[in-house]
Design a protein around this ligand. Structure first.
Ligand code: NAD
Ligand code: UD1
Length: 335
């Protein structure tokens, strides 16, 4: 029996694949490399000493996906495959809705056809929108402000409706806060194409000399130092949360959403300071204007994941900074 990992060549998928293999699961990865590179597969094998099957397919291709289920005994799916850039989603909404939503619909359809009804889905804290007050709990009203976020919210809704129609499904919707960091070996990590949108890859690219300075988007927010506050989570802690979610869906039926975060908010300036202290490398920065759509503060209440999945984070902000830096400095050009 295997776990199918869609998008398993990506940033979070590759770290989750390592943790699943280490825990003794058989896995099958399906990815179209639209935002990842084949080299990551060698690294996963190198880190675990385990072999696994890989399919270079687009999940929008129903026949190829069907073949994966015909050729393997899939027990459950972890569904990472999706496009994830907020800015790009505003510029290319059709691609985002098509890839993320149609991709998820085709996956659910092929799963149902093969009577595989256990899935862990990569949702995002973005579904809490702009109006809720942190710490955010899973039962708050949901809303979104951009097409990327809307795809996550709609896919959550689609899975809710699938469960209502067929109570044999077992579904975990994981709402990630801000994943950063890398595997402590420095062999796998985040490898964004072009200019990074998210803060940590930007910081490491400044630190490695690839970019001049960090632009901090605003210092007039209502936070302890005026810069935006977020719940940064180490990607390996996040990966381990998927293991716990897989254990949960194996043993039960139903649908539940879980926050995966630390419950602690750090500002952009806290992050820069911790990075400099953890690595000994200076990060020059300038304060620029606020990024449209950003909120002042966003952090989780992770109590439900602790209670129901038995999961909590273990790594500190300094661990995240050290590991991001080890990955970046050992792999200056990415994979
Ligand atoms: P990523 O881009 O590194 O990984 C996604 C992978 O999916 C890539 O390898 C890409 O090639 C693949 N993919 C995309 N569309 C595909 C398709 N149609 N068929 C097959 N493969 C396809 O992103 P990530 O950071 O690892 O994120 C994984 C998931 O978690 C995404 O769904 C993302 O929206 C979600 N998420 C990410 C973050 C974050 O900050 N990284 C936060 C919240 C949620
Ligand atoms: C962004 C997305 C969110 C997505 C999340 C994780 C937006 C508006 N939101 O959230 O939907 O789920 O990434 O992928 O894009 N910052 C700087 N300088 C930079 C980059 C960021 O100061 O060069 C600041 C931001 O203003 C924010 C913090 O750093 O306060 C974190 O930013 P980022 O990493 O982009 O994550 P989010 O904004 O939380």
């Amino acid at each position: 029996m295997s776990i199918l990992i869609t998008g398993g060549a990506g940033y979070i998928g590759s770290h989750t694949s390592v943790e699943l293999l280490k825990a003794g699961y058989d896995i099958v990865i399906a990815d179209n490399f639209s935002n990842s590179k084949p080299e990551v597969l060698n690294r996963i094998e190198e880190l675990t000493g385990k072999k696994f099957k890989f399919y270079e397919i687009d999940i929008l291709d129903r026949d190829s996906l069907n073949k994966v289920f015909l050729e393997n005994s899939i027990e459950a799916v972890i569904h990472f495959a999706g496009l994830k850039s907020v800015g790009e989603s505003v510029a290319m909404p059709i691609s985002y809705y098509y890839n993320n939503i149609t991709g998820s619909l085709i996956l659910a359809e092929v799963m149902a056809k093969h009577d595989v009804k256990k899935i862990v889905f990569s949702s995002s804290a973005t579904v809490y929108g702009m109006n809720n007050v942190s710490p955010l709990t899973e039962d708050l009203p949901l809303s979104t402000t951009n097409p990327y976020g809307s795809t996550k919210l709609m896919i959550e809704q689609i899975f809710q409706d699938i469960y209502v129609s067929d109570k044999d499904w077992s579904i975990a919707l994981l709402r990630y806060f801000n994943p950063i960091g890398a595997h402590e070996s420095g062999r796998i990590g985040e490898d964004p194409k072009g200019t990074p949108n998210n803060i940590m890859p930007y910081i490491t690219q400044v630190a490695v000399g690839k970019r001049d300075k960090l632009s901090i988007f605003g210092d007039d927010y209502d936070t302890h130092d005026g810069t935006g506050v977020r719940d940064y989570i180490h990607v390996v802690d996040l990966a381990k949360g998927h293991l716990k979610a897989v254990e949960k869906i194996m043993g039960t039926k139903g649908i539940d959403a879980y926050n995966l975060g630390t419950g602690i908010g750090y500002s952009v300036l806290d992050l820069v300071k911790n990075f400099e202290e953890a690595t000994g490398v200076k990060v020059p920065y300038v304060i620029t204007k606020n990024r449209p759509g950003d909120i002042a503060t966003c952090f989780s209440d992770p109590t439900k994941a602790l209670k129901e999945l038995g999961w909590k984070t273990e790594k500190t902000l300094k661990d995240m900074c050290k590991d991001s830096w080890r990955w970046q400095s050992n792999n200056k050009a990415g994979y």
